[in-house]
Design a protein around this ligand. Structure first.
Ligand code: FAD
Ligand code: UDP
Length: 377
């Protein structure tokens, strides 16, 4: 009784994008999700008329025009540009590190003065490294921006976010933060950026339009029955769970959100404020309305919703957010991947099944690639 061409486990961006393309190619799909809603981590709750990013703030950004055109063909995007501000013990700094930050930190006014200052800040670490490559995040950060910025804007935030000292973290994490000698607070270098008008739920609704879906449906609670319903399964859940954790459990970092409604129209004046000192227990405060209302429109709603984010070690039962890319977990994932590659009727994709952190645009790219390959064969 195979009713569908594809059973898609997980209605997040990967599953929804695959389903959209399969449907376009004339295939039938059933998309299931164990959560009470569709959309995976993009899902937004509506609170006081504000879209609240329930699983963490999501900002769409990409350099891939094909992906940008694709999402815009489904829903138009607004002009939101991410310009987070750092609060270090009450001192405010613009991010990413740019001329505004350098002026606030040292009072320097020209790119030349700023470069000189950064170079002088790096001297100490350069003399310690003697030309060798930085071995950890602390050395890398000191080599990129020097001591003052590392101590005020990087060290505390990073140690809270990752739950371990900067000297135990890989250097590459900090290399993705731009360093610019221009007055430009745009956090991303990508040419395309924004938030779907009407929120992320509108994007997911468009992707899944006309496709059969079931929420509150855990694949593992009905595995046999669901497996029998389709020729092929596209599985986007945790890969270790698919194999009943036979080699052991993969680890994650997770985030706890403390969300509250406030009786003020504009609490912090920005969508994202990072608290970069070690003592403040949360990493950042998100004020959700600023993703979708700009200028005077902010004051049209007399209320606001804010979320404090607490980064923590994942325990079973919590949401698995960030894969831990250390040796133990990478080796464990390789064992599961080898099993997955032997499967005939199951395709694996997305951030949980591939145990890899993907932003939204790369998630779409990968789902598109899998759909192209699968639907062509
Ligand atoms: P998911 O969205 O996790 O979807 C997987 C789905 O599978 C879930 O809905 C889950 O309930 C379901 N599922 C799992 N197991 C089962 C089961 N047994 N049965 C049924 N259903 C199951 N990207 C950006 O581009 N910009 C950002 O600003 C950004 N911010 C982020 C902030 C946070 C805190 C996190 C964690 C991620 C962020 N991302 C961001 C990344 C973005 O969330 C991912 O790219 C995207 O969610 C990946 O989609 P996915 O379908 O692979 O995974
Ligand atoms: N980071 C920091 N201070 C900040 C913001 C970011 O030190 O105010 C560091 C932190 O280590 C983080 C890394 O820069 O993991 C990359 O930043 P990004 O915003 O890409 O973080 P992520 O996507 O990991 O949350």
């Amino acid at each position: 009784m195979q009713v569908y061409d594809y059973l898609i486990v997980g209605s997040g961006l990967f599953g929804a994008t695959f389903a959209y393309h399969a449907k376009e190619a004339g295939k039938s799909c059933l998309v299931i999700d164990k959560r009470p809603h569709l959309g995976g981590n993009l899902y937004c709750d509506s609170v006081e008329g504000i879209h609240v990013h329930q699983y963490g703030a999501h900002i769409f950004h990409t350099a891939n025009k094909e992906v940008w055109d694709f999402v815009n063909s489904l829903v138009p995007f607004n002009r939101y540009t991410n310009c987070p501000v750092a609060n270090y013990k009450g001192e405010l700094y613009n991010l990413p590190f740019n001329m505004n930050t350098f002026y606030q930190m040292w009072g320097v006014r020209t790119p030349e003065e700023a470069m000189e200052k950064v170079e002088s800040q790096k001297l100490e670490v350069k003399s310690t490294l003697h030309g060798r490559e930085p071995q950890n995040l602390e050395e890398q950060a000191l080599l990129l921006v020097g001591k003052d910025i590392y101590e005020k804007l990087i060290k505390g935030y990073t140690e809270k976010q990752w739950g371990r000292p900067c000297t135990d973290l890989p250097a590459f994490i900090i290399r993705r933060l731009p360093l610019r000698f221009v007055f430009d607070n745009n956090y991303f270098n990508d040419p395309y950026q924004g938030i779907p008008i009407g929120g992320y739920n509108a994007l997911i609704e468009k992707l899944l339009e006309g496709i059969d879906t079931r929420t509150n449906c855990d694949f593992f609670a009905h595995r046999e029955e669901l497996t029998a319903m389709a020729k092929t399964i596209v599985y986007t859940g945790p890969i270790d769970q698919f194999y009943s954790y036979r080699f052991g459990k993969l680890q994650y970092r997770t985030v706890r959100f403390e969300t509250e409604i406030l009786d003020t129209p504009n609490y912090q004046g920005n969508a994202v404020i990072n608290y970069t000192d070690r003592e403040t227990p949360f990493t950042r405060i998100i004020e959700h309305k600023h993703f979708e209302s700009f200028g005077p429109a902010v004051y049209e709603n007399p209320k606001t919703v804010v979320s404090r984010e607490y980064s923590m070690e994942w325990q079973p039962g919590m949401e698995p957010y960030y894969p831990v890319n250390d040796e133990r977990n990478s080796a464990l994932y390789e064992q599961y991947k080898a099993l997955a590659q032997e499967e005939k009727n199951v395709l694996f994709g997305g951030r949980l099944a591939e145990y890899k952190y993907y932003d939204m645009a790369p998630t779409i790219e990968r789902a598109l690639r899998l759909a192209d390959k699968e639907l062509r064969d």
